[in-house]
Design a protein around this ligand. Structure first.
Ligand SMILES: Cc1ncc(COP(=O)(O)O)c(C=O)c1O
Length: 380
């Protein structure tokens, strides 16, 4: 066989997937390594996907997605942040991961640098490398509530830096950025002429604090406060949202990017070369999810919040309490003593070198002796 491309040959696998494969192979394990919501999908969402097949609506859709779904994504994101987002700014993607790849493909050339959080979700670096770009990590410290510091980021900016990637609520840390910080980050991006990619996978799951998007401060006026709708085409912020977590639709692969206006042609061209369009049953299921009853989301948020409270109580009793996790589906804690080990109860937390550095994460627990209250979804 001829050689593979070196950047693929040398690509590190996602440790989350490695751990998850190993855990799936153990029938008695509860898999906590992958963010897989375990609630049954609401029937109206399943019916919408089935109806698409029954209508034999199995052809290509526009690259950017079906029109009502683009409108539904734009409406949801706009309403959430009190701003006007026109449907033409929403591009349907095959989940957040394809959205991140599409966004980075639009913005990065070989050798360009993208600033990513550390600890952070592993594919940020993987995707950048796949595009021959250079991920540069900015640190997140527990003593700063895992919120990025402007000075740390500014010190890492070079003349090759093109993108600042933000992730709030963050995976794996559960940090949620304050409005003041988000505004400062957008101002920094404007001052240094950077794009922002904002991964907002967990926007529906914040506890006691609002989720604030850089989208609310994007645009020439820079005056967005999230309060009061304003007409704005955006300037430098691309937001990635997904229904994987919000509605537990991980396997349908459905999400969207919200971009500044005016990128329709280029976005469609790049989308065409990556995946053409997202599967039509997934698009109609997403439309039903976004426009139908929202009980799933509130029930899931209440459930994750109760889990957060219960797990925090156990951990806080065993170690000195650290900042409260404000969002996300699980808890991020610095646990250096577990780094790289597979511990007695089946914990596996692979961490990179250095203080707080964690390029992958995961945990599974032996189910025996526990009282699982709901089945764990596994692939067949
Ligand atoms: C921070 C973050 N971004 C992106 C993704 C990918 O999500 P999707 O399933 O929508 O591709 C995940 C999945 O866990 C994630 O945690």
């Amino acid at each position: 066989m001829p050689e593979l491309s070196p950047h693929v040959r040398n690509a590190a696998a996602n440790q989350i997937r490695e751990i998850t494969q190993a855990a799936w192979a153990q029938p008695d394990s509860i898999v906590l390594s992958i963010g897989e919501p375990g609630f049954p999908t609401p029937p109206h969402i399943l019916e919408a996907a089935q109806a698409t097949l029954e209508r034999d609506e199995t052809g290509y859709t526009p690259n950017a997605g079906i029109t009502p779904l683009r409108a539904a994504f734009a409406e949801r994101v706009g309403r959430h942040h009190g701003i006007n987002v026109s449907p033409g700014r929403a591009f349907v993607t095959a989940g957040a991961q394809q959205g991140l790849h599409l966004a980075m493909s639009m913005l990065l050339d070989a050798g360009d640098e993208i600033l990513i959080p550390n600890p952070g979700y592993p594919t940020f670096a993987m995707t950048a490398r796949l595009l021959h770009a250079e991920p540069v990590e900015y640190p997140l410290y527990p003593e700063h509530d895992f919120q990025p510091r402007i000075a740390d980021i500014e010190a890492l900016i070079t003349d090759r830096t093109r993108v600042l990637l933000l992730n709030s609520p963050s995976n794996p840390l559960g940090a949620v950025f304050s409005a003041g910080l988000v505004r400062e980050l957008v101002e920094l991006a404007r001052r240094r002429d950077l794009w922002i990619i904002s991964d907002e996978c967990y926007e529906a799951f914040t506890y006691d604090v609002p989720h604030v998007s850089p989208l609310a401060y994007d645009g020439d006026s820079g005056a967005g406060s999230g309060a009061g709708a304003r007409a704005d085409g955006g300037e430098r912020v691309i937001v990635s949202v997904t229904l994987s977590k919000t509605y537990g639709l991980t396997g349908l692969r459905i999400g969207a990017l919200i971009t500044p206006s005016g990128l329709e042609t280029q976005m469609s061209t790049v989308m065409e070369s990556i995946v053409s369009c997202v599967a039509s049953p997934s698009q109609y299921a997403a439309l039903a999810a976004l426009t139908g009853p929202q009980d799933y989301v509130s029930a899931a948020a209440a459930h994750y919040r109760a889990n957060r409270d219960a797990a925090s109580a156990v951990l806080d009793a065993k170690e000195s309490p650290i900042s409260r996790h404000r969002g996300f589906l699980s808890l991020g804690r610095p646990v250096p003593r577990f780094a790289g080990q597979r511990a007695g109860l089946g914990a596996a937390i692979p961490c990179g070198p250095g203080r707080g550095s964690c390029t992958g994460h995961g945990l599974w627990l032996d189910r025996r002796g526990l009282d699982p209250h709901r089945p764990v979804r596994r692939p067949r």
